[in-house]
Design a protein around this ligand. Structure first.
Ligand SMILES: C[S@@+](CC[C@H](N)C(=O)[O-])C[C@H]1O[C@@H](n2cnc3c(N)ncnc32)[C@H](O)[C@@H]1O
Length: 358
């Protein structure tokens, strides 16, 4: 993610996703077996980034717990990788009006868990509510398969697609196994990530961000054709995101021999569309330039670091500065979105998984 508050300013979409999960997290908290009144209630946000988009969800869950016991001690844990912008997270916690730090009652203590969510991120059996938004679709490592005609898993030929599906399944299983370790018996987990909706009647599935990734691939090919980006690096580049179907999300819970078989009761798995805030705004004001800038800003905030490392730094040709080429690429993307707002529209089928630890 981009840092220094940039991600916060360009993640209205992710805020909507987290907001859509508020009800599930809020209802999970009071349905737990009540911790003893002096025991600490522990809530964790996995892949929290700067926390801005999930602070309101955390506050709602803590309020729900406190409505049952006003004095319940609470620890609120923000998990992300060690290189996360932790300074911005704690600044947001202090300044944001949605922050749980402003709740009445004894302070809910903020804590950072700076480890990968593919490993246990808290002491065994200590977590009452876990949640995660817009994070678990990121693959653990950059895929090594070649998808010559696209930047996204769904453009791969069958053999490569199967490799990517297996990688995504292994990652999802590892994430769930780590949460099985973290959660206490009866603890709840709500995960939202980009998803795919199987097509009805044999039609192609709806895949979150498919049109966007096609546009991004087109523009990169233009740079290749102009001799400014290496053709081989471009052919090998793939965004390390996998949009699971509800069926793929369910598999690790049911497969014989899975490390999480029998660990959870599945309460809900579904893929549901989430409205596009940039398109809604354009429909209201007709300002295509503003739409292009907002859409490209949103895309840059979550793709820039991966594109820089795996496409533009190794791929820039003719002595061009990779950073400047990246800037030009996003300028071109902005112009393309503004020229025809409906053509490459971002479509989102958010996958929701809600489970209870047995
Ligand atoms: C698109 S951001 C979403 C942030 C936030 N949850 C939201 O809703 O806006 C994805 C976050 O997941 C984090 N992430 C990715 N892989 C991770 C891992 N293995 N362990 C912990 N966090 C991870 C990234 O560092 C990033 O902050």
């Amino acid at each position: 993610m981009t840092g220094a508050g940039d991600y916060d300013s360009h993640s209205e979409y992710q805020r909507r996703v987290a907001s859509a999960g508020t009800g599930l997290v809020e209802e999970a908290a009071p349905r737990l077996p009540p911790p003893a009144s002096d025991a600490t209630f522990v809530i964790v946000d996995y892949g929290a980034s700067t926390g801005r988009n999930s602070l309101a969800v955390m506050r709602a869950a803590i309020s729900a717990v406190r409505s049952r016991n006003a004095g319940q001690p609470v620890v609120a844990v923000h998990n992300d990788v060690p290189t996360n912008d932790w300074n911005q997270l704690f600044a947001n916690l202090t300044s944001d009006t949605d922050s749980y730090l402003h709740l009445e009652g004894p302070a809910a203590v903020p804590v950072a868990s700076a480890v990968s969510f593919f490993e246990p991120a808290m002491p065994t059996g200590s977590v009452h509510v876990g949640m995660s938004f817009s994070a678990v679709h990121w693959l653990r490592s950059q895929p090594s398969v070649v998808v010559p005609d696209g930047f996204y898993f769904c453009e791969a030929a069958p053999a490569e697609r199967a490799v990517l599906a297996a990688q995504a399944d292994a990652d999802w299983t590892a994430f769930l196994a780590a949460r099985a370790a973290d959660l206490t018996k009866g603890g709840r987990l709500v995960v939202q990530m980009v998803g795919s909706q199987p097509g009805a009647g044999g039609q192609a599935p709806d895949v979150t961000a498919r049109k966007l990734l096609r546009a991004m691939n087109d523009l990169a090919r233009d740079l290749v054709a102009a001799g400014r980006l290496d053709a081989d690096v471009c052919a090998r580049y793939i965004l390390p995101v996998y949009a699971r179907t509800p069926g793929e999300a369910r598999e690790p819970f049911e497969r014989a021999g899975s490390p999480v078989a029998g660990c959870f009761t599945v309460d809900r798995i579904s893929a549901d569309p989430v409205d596009n805030p940039y398109l809604t705004q354009w429909r209201k004001d007709g300002d295509a330039q503003a739409y292009g800038a907002a859409y490209a800003g949103f895309v840059r905030a979550f793709t820039e670091s991966n594109l820089r490392e795996h496409l533009f730094t190794p791929g820039a040709r003719g002595g061009e500065d990779p950073g400047k080429l990246l800037d030009e690429y996003f300028d071109r993307l902005t112009a393309r979105f503004a020229a025809n707002p409906l053509e490459d529209v971002f479509e989102d089928w958010t996958l929701t998984v809600a489970v209870t630890r047995r």
